[in-house]
Design a protein around this ligand. Structure first.
Ligand code: TRP
Length: 324
């Protein structure tokens, strides 16, 4: 039996090279070794986009195409839509008894996000948003995942998932294994403006950006101590020329780096690596029916797995009232 991976993305915008370095590259490699489930977390996306459902709907397909473009193979991996697996919502309710409000308020990622979303949440926060780590635990545990490849900001979610699994096992009897997180080798990519690269911050490079746009974005990217270092990290990720990397690194360190020379070279390395991804994505963009079918089949497969786990869970919780 292959070990299981569950991972996912909130469909709030296109994925970008930050995701690529931090998580997506890993994801494509691991699908050969693990039984992989990739969830498009539309329900989670609604926790901070409940007032913009069209945006979430549109980006479900964008994120699906991004995953396919970076090499997720629907014959190896199962891509599916969270809201079509009602067992996740059901399990979220059961898990909500195992988590206190204080514990949720201490989750550092949620804490930071609430601050960022002041406009949406004003001085309070919704039940749904504060509780999304519980729903994320249900995402992971209903598929009995062994490994959860994620960006660094997601580590607190996996920690909470393990706590919930432990508590469930203790109260209702051994049911869940404790999943491990796996962070990519280059988790902290900054945007072109020096802030964290974000789907909605307009500072990222996406898989649909043309060479011209990539050149412009790199040209306009922040330099200096922080920006320059970030650009060097990107060069390390996207270029195979170690000698050139060392040269620019040295120049950066002794402050002689000429960005007018370095930036165009960096831009070309990114363009070259993203070209096959952009091409592959275009094929899916031109054939939306194929993407729909992949998602449809993925939901079917994922649902069967979730239902199997749910049956075991209900037995443990004395909720198995009638024989089938
Ligand atoms: N919270 C993740 C993010 O914002 C998305 C996500 C939802 C996820 N459910 C998951 C990631 C389960 C890993 C496992 O990127």
């Amino acid at each position: 039996m292959k070990k299981i991976i569950l991972t996912g993305d909130r469909p709030t915008g296109q994925l970008h090279i930050g995701h690529f370095c931090g998580a997506l590259k890993n994801r494509a490699l691991l699908q050969d070794v693990y039984q992989t489930y990739i969830m498009i977390a539309d329900v989670q996306a609604l926790t901070d986009n409940f007032n913009n459902p069209q945006k979430v709907r549109k980006n479900v397909f964008e994120v699906a195409m991004d995953n396919l473009a970076i090499g997720i193979d629907p014959n190896k991996s199962t891509i599916f839509i969270q809201s079509l697996i009602p067992e996740i919502a059901e399990l979220t309710i059961f898990f909500s008894n195992l988590v206190t409000i204080d514990r949720l308020k201490r989750n550092p990622t949620v804490k930071e996000e609430i601050l960022q979303k002041k406009e949406l949440f004003k001085d309070d926060v919704t039940f749904g948003f504060l509780g999304y780590p519980v729903s994320q635990a249900a995402d992971i545990l209903v598929f009995q995942a062994d490994l959860v490849p994620v960006g660094e900001d997601q580590l607190p979610m996996i920690e909470q998932t393990r706590e919930i699994a432990r508590k469930f096992n203790k109260i209702y009897g051994q049911t869940f294994k404790l999943p491990e997180a796996k962070v990519g080798d280059f988790p902290r990519v900054l945007g072109m403006d020096g802030r964290k690269m974000g789907k909605s911050l307009n500072n990222s490079i996406t898989f649909t950006d043309s060479p011209k746009i990539i050149r412009e974005k790199i040209k306009g990217a922040l330099t200096g101590k922080i920006g320059g270092k970030n650009l060097l990290s990107l060069f390390k990720q996207f270029s195979d020329d170690k000698k050139l990397l060392e040269k620019f690194k040295k120049q950066y360190n002794d402050n002689t780096i000429k960005y007018s020379e370095f930036k165009p070279i960096l831009a070309e390395s990114i363009i070259e690596k993203l070209e096959p991804i952009r091409e592959k994505r275009k094929q899916y963009e031109n054939n939306p029916k194929i993407v729909e079918k992949i998602l449809f089949d993925g939901v079917k497969k994922a649902r069967i797995a979730a239902q199997e786990t749910m049956k075991k869970i209900k037995e443990k919780m004395f909720l198995n009232y009638f024989r089938e």
